[in-house]
Design a protein around this ligand. Structure first.
Ligand code: MN
Ligand code: MN
Length: 485
């Protein structure tokens, strides 16, 4: 093809070219909106500090929804009720996954406006028989959950959260290490004086998963203090403490979910207080925005709005409470039964296939400390707004659902119209690694899905960091998506 000489080459006829600028979002905010940003971020810091596990995040979100007038779908179904436009409903699943919906004016088969985030985060889980004694110390054996850099989890204060189902079937909840008056737990590390050989190993070899043992006690029970046959006297002290405080026996560990997470609250970060640092921002930063967006979205929508915050993303979305389960499909079927006069499977299939979804998950920010893995023009930058990721995956987009240009175009239009600061983002340099989200588990129904979330520094570390303006733009973006025509 030969380029024809165009009359536009004449400077008089030349058209204006608009550059694509990704710039800091702070300057786009009015004084009034900056105030809203600070109020939202203060609420978020409280949520992040309290929602240390998927169960706690679920419970807090459920309480927020109930306060906002959302009612239990399963109870409505049992009572034979039908839903009208504007109705607000929820469905809780095993106390770990939560679905919220606001019924729209259009029939369900037109599809949902859906946002989904996950509320599980990388952590250390106690093994089923965790408690043992070594020398005079009592320790908890753990198995890590999700992708962690193990060296980051030693020598930090840890809190213990979770539930134990006792022999008689009763459930007891544990929360140790968050209150400033509580003791904390920790994993020890070798002193540098003896660390010469450890220092020569590479990072993944220097810290083994099996060695992540949590120190929980060091004071033995005196030998003359009963239970004479019990040789491990420090372990005995822990068992007595558990029995006295919680009514827990050692065998009860078999039916328990005990999670060790970084202790203490989330904080403002930076001399200018422009960022937030805390545990579990992947993906509770998007989960909180998702919940707040559906609670705050104005008016009765055309398409039914739905939000789901789910479990098990960090280990591949498997299990009953992960997005690979039929939870979502079953819940849309329940909705169809509650909304229509006669239930039809075709309605459910159409509703799912015609839905439009934001997969609300975090993305990595460009970190100037690690330029060797960064793709600077295509990695998100701190403070420049919510990140849209057309695709995720690894090495040739493997495992990605890759959103269509048409759908990305629609989302971009919604965000631009609502004054949402947004940027495109990719995880990093091609062939350096990769990651996935829940997007593909919803894309399987044929719906349009795109990943869209807040950018983080130090993702999966015990303390993750994010910009307040990006956090706020997450909320604003999700609300705009729900309110869009
Ligand atoms: Mn995530
Ligand atoms: Mn993650």
């Amino acid at each position: 093809m030969t380029a024809k000489k165009s009359t536009k080459d004449d400077p008089k006829n030349r058209q204006t070219v608009t550059p694509w600028k990704v710039e800091t979002a702070w300057e786009k905010l009015s004084a009034a909106e900056l105030k809203q940003l600070e109020a939202y971020c203060a609420d978020y810091i409280r949520f992040l500090s309290d929602a240390k596990t998927e169960r706690l995040a679920h419970d807090i979100a459920l309480a927020m929804a109930q306060k906002a007038g959302f009612v239990d779908m399963d109870e409505l179904a049992a009572a034979g009720k039908k839903l009208k436009a504007g109705a607000k409903v929820y469905r809780s699943y095993h106390g770990k996954t939560l679905f919220l919906a606001q019924i729209g004016k259009e029939p369900l088969e037109k599809g949902l406006s859906l946002i989904g985030a996950h509320i599980d985060s990388p952590r250390l889980d106690a093994k089923p028989n965790p408690l043992y004694q070594d020398d005079c110390m009592a320790l908890l054996d753990t198995h890590y959950y999700g992708g962690i850099k193990k060296y980051q989890w030693v020598t930090i204060p840890l809190a213990l959260h979770g539930v134990v189902i006792r022999r008689d079937g009763t459930k007891v909840s544990l929360n140790i290490g968050e209150d400033p008056g509580d003791p904390v737990l920790t994993i020890t590390d070798l002193l540098p004086h003896l660390g010469a050989e450890q220092g020569r190993k590479n990072l993944s070899e220097a810290f083994s998963g099996e060695a992540l043992n949590v120190l929980v006690a060091s004071r033995p029970v005196p030998k003359d203090d009963g239970d004479k046959d019990y040789k491990e006297r420090t372990k005995l002290r822990v068992l007595r403490l558990l029995k006295d405080t919680y009514g827990i026996e050692e065998e009860d560990f078999a039916s328990a979910e005990l999670e060790l997470v970084p202790a203490g609250p989330a904080r403002e970060l930076g001399l200018d207080r422009s960022m937030i640092m805390g545990y579990g921002q992947d993906d509770r930063v998007c989960a909180y925005a998702t919940i707040r967006a559906i609670l705050d979205a104005k008016g009765i929508p055309g398409r039914t709005r739905a939000a789901v915050i789910c479990d098990k993303e960090e280990i591949g979305s498997y299990g009953a409470t992960g997005m690979d389960s039929r939870f979502m499909e079953n819940t849309v079927a329940e909705l169809a039964a509650l909304m229509g006069d006669s239930y039809s499977e075709l309605t459910v299939r159409r509703a799912l296939a015609r839905s439009r979804m934001l997969s609300a998950d975090v993305n990595a920010l460009h970190d100037p400390a690690f330029p060797e893995v960064s793709s600077p023009n295509n990695m998100a930058k701190m403070g420049c707004g919510i990140v849209i990721s057309k695709y995720t995956g690894a090495r040739g987009k493997s495992g990605s659902s890759d959103a269509s240009a048409e759908f990305v175009g629609e989302i971009r239009r919604i965000f631009n119209d609502a004054g949402v600061a947004w940027q495109m983002g990719e995880l990093g340099k091609v062939d350096c690694g990769g990651g996935g989200t829940i997007a593909l588990y919803l894309a399987r129904y044929g719906m349009d899905v795109v990943d869209c979330g807040v950018g983080l520094l130090s993702m999966h570390a015990p303390q993750e960091s994010a910009s307040k303006v990006d956090i706020y733009m997450g909320y604003k973006a999700y609300k705009a998506f729900f309110e869009a025509k």
